[in-house]
Write a protein that binds this ligand. Structure first.
Ligand SMILES: C[S@@+](CC[C@H](N)C(=O)[O-])C[C@H]1O[C@@H](n2cnc3c(N)ncnc32)[C@H](O)[C@@H]1O
Length: 258
């Protein structure tokens, strides 16, 4: 007995994986959070599938329904926004499922962090500038472990992707400034990446709070910060990767001497 936990992707129904879509189309029962997953994707389930909205349900209720259907011999798909492994709260479901003797398989999805980078045509790892991306959030109602305070993570001066933090921009600015980030550091905010009403705001650390307010962004936003987000990065030769440098030899190509 098992249920499928499927990553729906960031919004655009075409951004689910082929495997995820196949399972969604085979499922007898589809459970999803209506505010986060696109209903146009759920509409691809078979017409007779039972579709359950989970937004108003408690964890126990959700698990009870899933277990009930699986035990009745039905195929259950639990559809999560983006990739289920990132702020997906799947472990609490898994723990209760396990108690009921039900296992699960996760089908990955396109996380909003990568959909947002794609929306602005960015590479988040630029050779010799930063080779590290930190996925995190600012402390709000959910406490952050002490060793993961934003100012400490930001001390690496790498690219930061901030989930669940749209209403906490003052705190972001304060902590990054304390970590030594310059006021001009580029920040890109993508709200509702890949949805028809996607909104992109290019800003800087010093203008972030005002730009978020001016655009009324309070939820469903990915905040990408760091010099990899510099809109002029394309014009800087110093950040070219060695991989395609004609003088660089690697396993698949011999470099030429200049
Ligand atoms: C509960 S988390 C879920 C993240 C999801 N598992 C993922 O991989 O994208 C919700 C947060 O993800 C981000 N998010 C989800 N979908 C988004 C989208 N389409 N555009 C921008 N940010 C999004 C926002 O920061 C939002 O507050």
């Amino acid at each position: 007995m098992k249920i499928y936990i499927i990553g729906a992707g960031p919004g655009d129904p075409d951004l689910i994986t082929v495997k995820g879509l196949k399972l969604l189309q085979e499922a007898d029962v589809v459970m999803y959070t209506d505010s986060l997953v696109n209903a146009d994707l759920i509409a691809k389930a078979k017409p007779e599938a039972e579709v359950i909205l989970s937004a108003g349900m408690s964890l126990e209720e959700m698990v009870e329904v899933m277990v009930d259907r699986v035990k009745a011999g039905k195929m259950v798909a639990r559809v999560h926004t983006g990739d289920p492994s990132v702020y997906g709260a799947i472990m609490e479901q898994a723990a209760l499922l396990k108690r009921e003797g039900v296992s699960y398989e996760v089908i990955p999805g396109v996380s909003s962090v990568f959909a947002s980078a794609a929306a602005i045509g960015a590479e988040l790892t630029i050779p010799e500038l930063t080779q590290t991306l930190i996925l995190t959030r600012v402390e709000g109602r959910t406490p952050m472990p002490d060793r993961e305070q934003l100012r400490d993570l930001a001390a690496h001066h790498c690219t930061l992707a901030l989930f669940l933090s749209a209403t906490l921009t003052k705190k972001i600015v304060r902590e990054l400034t304390e970590a030594g980030w310059s006021p001009q550091t580029p920040v890109a905010v993508v709200q509702r990446a890949t949805w028809p009403d996607q909104l992109i705001v290019r800003s800087t650390l010093e203008n972030l709070d005002a730009d978020m307010r001016a655009n009324g962004i309070r939820s469903h936003a990915m905040i990408l910060a760091g010099w990899a987000l510099d809109p002029d990065i394309h014009s800087r030769d110093e950040y070219r990767s060695k991989l395609y440098d004609k003088t660089f030899t690697h396993g698949y190509r011999k470099g030429v001497k200049e």
